[in-house]
Design a protein around this ligand. Structure first.
Ligand code: NAD
Ligand code: DAU
Length: 349
């Protein structure tokens, strides 16, 4: 039996990882530690919350005393760390919130794990989930490799880069067994509608404008969230201690093209005339310091662990749209209240 701690399990990617672990490993005890910030939502785990091998704990990784007690009580065998502030635009308006959770919170977690595991590091693992944004921005060619130098450009990516450095420093200095993965843009069910795709799905539904930053020419490499969760599972169980694995979809899209594809899918699903949703596209002021292109070379994880994306993008996007249309209550709940204030502030309307 293993006791695994997953942080940020009530967030977008975390809930898919928690669900996969609960179902695939009935002999594990899965602990989900989450502060339930605006991005955390227990509704995301409603279908599995009664599982015998699942435990939810509301707690903040910024609270080191709480973490020490929590680790000493539960004696985890492994940690999969996803809890973070994750939205680039919010990092531009409030950088310190990102330093706090992403840097300070991660170091608190490293300290708590080290205290408990010290002297018996065998079969323990601290898995840090990170992003491709730490590598900076690409021009028209080239890919991010595990060996690419860090060059973060936003407060969000700078905070994630810093946390990655701390995780590796803890292995070098204290021999803490760690592994890191850096993944490209995820999409799929349960993503908070501050991010491009769910925001556009929600706006199309309500005939609201679709805010495209700058000229819409920035490129992202999209991966279905369940494929990311599968990669995390494989890295946790088969990854080599001390290694870094890049995870990506081999699937680059310009923002404007992906939004146009989404519009055509939504027109079809909503029974609207072709071209209706595209008319909602509105070019707005660019994101400050907007990274131009991300593209992951995921050949290492493919060669060493046999992982590759399972879904074609169009199929994944259809599945995603279906999920949002079928889960109207979820979408309405997360877009009421504070979301409206965030939206007016961010988009000034
Ligand atoms: P998210 O914002 O949807 O979820 C973050 C979760 O962390 C939420 O449940 C939130 O309540 C929790 N959290 C925040 N601060 C906390 C704190 N102080 N203590 C405890 N819990 C806290 O984020 P996501 O998109 O699911 O991303 C998860 C991780 O994956 C992040 O580390 C992110 O950097 C990384 N990542 C995300 C993507 C992506 O496309 N979304 C891609 C690559 C890597
Ligand atoms: O690459 C991995 C990263 O992907 C993760 O580490 C981050 O947590 C995640 O948020 C995501 O970052 P992005 O900034 O790439 O995602 P976002 O959905 O915010 O934006 C995608 C692209 O769309 C980006 O080029 C900015 C643009 N955009 C975004 C929004 C919200 C718009 O044009 N308009 C918008 O309203």
């Amino acid at each position: 039996m293993k006791k695994v701690l997953i942080t940020g399990g009530a967030g977008f990617i975390g809930n898919h990882v928690v669900r996969l672990f609960i179902k695939k490993y009935p002999d594990y005890q899965v602990y989900n530690l989450d502060a339930l910030t605006y991005a955390g939502n227990l509704e995301n785990l409603k279908d599995v919350e009664q599982s015998e091998n699942y435990h939810f704990l509301k707690g903040d990784i910024n609270d080191s005393l709480y973490l020490d007690e929590f680790f000493s009580k539960h004696q985890f065998d492994g940690v999969i760390h996803l809890a973070a502030e994750s939205h680039v635009d919010r990092s531009i308006s409030d950088p310190l919130a990102f330093v706090k959770t992403n840097v300070f919170g991660t170091v608190n977690l490293l300290n708590a794990a080290l205290k408990i595991w010290k002297g018996n590091l065998e079969d323990k693992l601290f898995y840090h989930v990170s992003t491709d944004e730490v590598y900076g921005s690409l021009g028209e060619t080239g890919y991010f490799l595990e060996t690419t130098s860090y060059d973060p450009q936003s407060p969000y990516s700078a905070s994630k880069a810093s946390s990655d450095h701390f995780v590796r420093a803890y292995q070098n200095t204290y021999k803490l067994p760690i592994v890191v993965s850096n993944c490209s843009n995820n999409y799929g069910p349960y993503q908070f509608p501050e991010k491009l795709l769910p925001l556009c799905i929600n706006n199309i539904k309500h005939n609201k404008s679709l805010p495209i930053y700058g000229k819409g020419e920035n490129i992202r490499d999209w991966l279905f969230v369940e494929d990311h969760a599968r990669a995390i599972d494989q890295i946790f169980h088969q990854g080599k201690v001390g290694e870094t694995y890049n995870i990506g979809g081999f699937n680059e899209w310009k923002n404007i093209d992906i939004v146009k594809l989404l519009c055509s899918i939504m027109d079809r699903k909503l029974g609207r005339e072709t071209g209706t949703s595209e008319k909602l596209i509105t070019y707005v002021t660019d994101r400050a310091g907007h990274d131009m292109r991300y593209a992951i070379d995921a050949s290492k994880i493919k060669a060493e662990l046999g992982w590759e994306p399972s879904l074609q993008f169009e199929e994944g996007l259809e599945k995603t749209v279906d999920w949002y249309l079928q889960n109207e209550d979820w979408l309405n709940n997360v877009t009421s209240g504070n979301y409206q204030d965030y939206y007016s502030e961010q988009y000034q309307n």
